[in-house]
Design a protein around this ligand. Structure first.
Ligand SMILES: *Cc1c(COP(=O)(O)O)cnc(C)c1O
Length: 424
């Protein structure tokens, strides 16, 4: 059956039923169209494809039926008019920015952002003659000061990585639109389920679909969403001619991911709320920031801007790097890695990993102390997670033995050395 177009359905329903483009075989799960291009039944038909009279597919760098299904599902979820799936979150961020600006334009960005986004804005853009201001995104007065008549684009992430600071999407959009600038929001941490930047006034939303949308650690991916007009007038030609498109196989994996995303994100958020409360009350912890707790410094904005908590928790241990390392090495369930939004809980120590390269001064400005941890809560049993995190925090407090070091883990390097040379 097909969904009734006159009724409105919740995301959980739409994501499993919407946008299915079945082949004549009537498969249940979407087919994956792994093809570089498409054939035309006649010379006349080919001409019509190319002059736009027939909207059919031409070449997978431009569009592909599997990518099309993924893009349509994402448009429904986001309330966007059009979207293009790309090969990674960074292809989405870089593309959404580069397609729309030229030398002499001014760009304003909030400084709390993913490291690679920082590189694109602070290093690549100035090389092409774009003036850049990187500001404190929390403070609306700094946006007011930075945005000027030559500002063509503003970019920010909210909640931001890794501190879970918020930017007021509606207020910044008003300031940007007053000078004719467009607003690009990296909505990864909120997920499309908990925050709708387009409804709040933003023009373009970007995702790393590597995170909650795949959510199972399989594929890198990204997507750019906006009005149909913005995509056609700004992004479409950039996309077609620079070739950042997502592989159709990846698009198929992302479609599968979307089917279960509401379930996964709901379970992660439920656990994150319980875990954040326990972490906040533990004596080894100096603070715990979670966008579902009343003590988040921007709880009022979160209530206005987000419809759910988060799958992410940021917290600081009292004993700095030593305590953070002891905590990480005492965990049994969460993986030490740097992905997020995954079904597996993942613990990250930003100061020595994701944010190591930005240097001590920039870390201090962003509030990334040596004791700060970023916790992406997975779908494991809540009580199992609670016990594991609690034990690791107790180990920090009691300064007890390092559990992981005792286990004498076989690392990839040692495995490599025991394999016969012929199979390496
Ligand atoms: C992961 C991430 C990106 C980059 O995405 P990739 O898929 O790794 O290229 C950009 N922004 C945020 C907020 C992210 O978490």
């Amino acid at each position: 059956m097909t969904l009734n177009p006159d009724r409105s359905y919740a995301p959980a329903t739409r994501l499993v039923h919407d946008g299915v483009a079945r082949s004549p075989y009537g498969e249940v799960s979407e087919a994956v169209h792994l093809t570089q291009g498409f054939v035309y039944p006649s010379a006349e038909a080919a001409e019509m494809r190319f002059n736009g009279e027939d909207p059919g597919f031409i070449y997978s760098r431009y569009a592909n039926p599997t990518n099309d299904v993924f893009e349509k599902k994402m448009c429904v979820l986001e309330g966007a008019g059009a979207a293009r799936a790309v090969a990674s979150g960074m292809a989405a961020v870089a593309g959404a920015i580069l397609c729309a600006i030229k030398a002499g334009d001014h760009v304003v960005a909030a400084r709390a952002m993913f490291g690679s986004c920082h590189y694109v804005i602070s290093t690549i853009l100035p090389r092409y003659g774009v003036e850049v201001s990187i500001i404190d995104g929390v403070d609306i007065a700094s946006w007011e000061q930075a945005i000027k008549s030559s500002t063509r684009l503003v970019f920010f992430e909210t909640p931001a990585n890794p501190t879970l600071e918020m930017v007021d999407i509606a207020a910044v959009s008003r300031l940007a639109h007053a000078v004719g600038a467009i607003v690009v929001v990296d909505n990864v941490f909120a997920t499309p389920l908990y925050q709708k930047p387009l409804e709040l006034g933003a023009d373009v939303v970007v995702y790393s679909t590597t995170k909650h949308i795949d959510g199972q650690g399989r594929c890198l991916g990204g997507i750019v969403l906006g009005s149909e007009q913005w995509i056609v007038e700004n992004f479409q030609d950039y996309f077609r001619h620079t070739g950042p498109g997502m592989s159709p196989f990846t698009a198929w994996v992302m479609i599968k991911g979307l089917e279960t995303m509401p379930l996964r994100v709901a379970q992660m958020t439920r656990s994150a709320g319980v875990l954040a409360d326990m972490i906040a009350g533990h004596p080894a912890v100096s603070f715990c920031r979670y966008p579902g707790r009343a003590d988040h410094p921007q709880a009022g904005l979160i209530a206005r801007q987000m419809s759910g908590g988060s799958t992410m928790i940021a917290f600081e241990l009292k004993g700095g790097k030593e305590a953070a390392f002891k905590f990480c090495n005492s965990l049994s369930i969460p993986l030490l890695s740097n992905n997020l939004g995954d079904v597996r809980s993942i613990m990250t120590h930003p100061a020595t990993t994701t944010h190591q390269s930005i240097g001590e001064e920039a870390r201090a400005e962003l509030g990334i102390s040596d004791g700060l941890l970023r916790f992406s809560v997975g779908i494991e049993d809540t009580q199992d997670l609670l016990a594991d995190i609690n034990e690791a925090l107790d180990a920090v407090k009691n300064n007890s033995k390092d559990h992981r070091k005792e286990k004498n883990c076989v690392s990839a390097v040692s495995l490599h050395s025991v394999l016969p040379q012929s199979i390496i």
